[in-house]
Design a protein around this ligand. Structure first.
Ligand SMILES: O=c1ccn([C@H]2C[C@H](O)[C@@H](COP(=O)(O)O)O2)c(=O)[nH]1
Ligand SMILES: [Zn+2]
Length: 182
């Protein structure tokens, strides 16, 4: 019996349907992907340290100063310019380094991202989609990550969908849409 709470009244139990850590970090990666302007494929990444703190988030997009209204999004052209989600997440880090961290990503990383992941000291990759596995870039990334001892785990989230209802704590009228430039 916990001495701090040894009253005889019924104690309300915590809720049980909260999301687990892995679903949470993967959901952050998926949410970040929603910021991507790539019309064909949106990728997000979330880096987590050994204390389960998020230390970096990123998505695929044009470099700073290179307008995503002007630079090309066509397949075959964009690859010259687009910064990948993993690279952005690492560069956006709010800690001194990402040594020993885990990166949660929508898509298994390409060869360029694998090199950056390895060299930054990230020790684990958790991904959902492996849809590009047959491409040479992804065969190379898988090989490099394996040889570098980076653990790669495909993850099937425990929940199929996570709904975010911005109105859930509003009793009556829905939120007024505030005009903001994005
Ligand atoms: O590791 C990766 C691989 C790809 N992306 C981004 C880059 C592009 O915007 C899209 C699609 O890539 P393709 O060159 O058409 O394969 O996904 C990424 O962020 N991270
Ligand atoms: Zn990449």
């Amino acid at each position: 019996m916990n001495k701090t709470f040894d009253n005889t009244e019924q104690i309300q139990k915590k809720r049980e349907d909260y999301i687990g850590w892995t679903d949470y970090f993967m959901a952050v990666a998926f949410l970040a992907a929603k910021r991507s302007k790539d019309p064909h494929f949106q990728v997000g990444a979330c880096i987590v340290n050994q204390d389960m703190r998020i230390v970096g988030v990123g998505y695929n997009g044009m470099p700073r100063g290179c307008s995503d209204d002007i630079y090309p999004w066509e397949k075959g052209k964009k690859k010259l310019y687009v910064c990948h989600a993993e690279m952005n997440a690492i560069l956006n880090k709010n800690s001194s380094d990402v040594w020993g961290c885990t990166i949660y990503v929508k898509l298994f990383p390409c060869n360029e991202c694998a090199k950056i992941i390895i060299q930054s000291g990230i020790k684990e990759v958790v991904y959902v989609s492996d849809k590009k596995a047959k491409k040479v870039e992804y065969k190379a990334s898988r090989q490099m990550l394996k040889d570098a001892g980076v653990i790669c785990t495909q993850y099937k989230p425990k929940v199929g969908t996570i709904v975010i209802d911005f109105d859930e704590d509003n009793d009556s009228s829905p939120l007024e849409t505030e005009k903001r430039s994005e």
